[in-house]
Design a protein. Sequence first.
Length: 298
Amino acid sequence: MTDTLTRTAAPQRAAADRRTRRSPGRVRAFFKHLLLIACVVVMLYPALWMVVSSLRPNDEIFRSPGLVLTDLETGNYEAGWNAFEHPFGFFMVNSAIVVLGAIVGNLIACSMAAYGFARLEFTGRRWWFAIMLLTLMLPVHVIIVPQYVLFSEFGWVNTFLPLIVPKFLATDAFFVFLMVQFIRGIPKELDEAARIDGAGHPRIYFRIVLPLMVPALATTAIFTFIWTWNDFFSQLIYLIDPDMHTVPLALRAFVDQQAGTNWGATFAMSVVSLLPVFLVFLFGQRYLLRGIATTGGK
């Protein structure tokens, strides 16, 4: 009888010991998740406040700093959309033109340059690659003056060309580096097998390497979209005519130093301008994570 009770109590004691050991782990996990939730709330608070403020009357935006809505003012979106000579969608179309041109340019030029650095053997390849990486350390403010003088001589100022054409010359060294790391992870045996079949470098690039670079290409497209859509400085320098203005410049036009600024309309159009970025990141995050994880970023 005593042996039976001992055998029965042993599993119960073991289960109790396991529960005891799990308790500190569960407590740590609870506080860890609580801390992460608090950090998320802190990071998202400005964006949430902007969304809430876009639905408030102007005289209550800075008087009620919280996230509680007392009066719902949906007219801010209509006022912001029709605040200028052209509706706000006109400026979104201008931004879309610049963004699409930049994406196509980066995908074509950076992938070709990356293939050259990763697969071709030529004199001084490492030195040219190092020089290309050094351009990452140059801030845009250092080269903006000579670039402006050059584009002014071409007659490109107040057009979209200064914002699009350089992308077709592989000027974004970050994306070249990203794709080089990805191509180096593709087995060279595939290239050798293609050469046995009589393929040259153009065919290997288009038929072998490029289809395998989809994660890196998607990462490049997403980053190019976000950076170009949110770019303010370069577009402010080159786009003078209001008919050429993009979304960042249109948002800046809401802030008037002479008259009172319609903050409700400003926040409303800021929310509208964030929607494309949010949607692109939402639907492209799977490719973004895969591209970064497979290019040496991990």
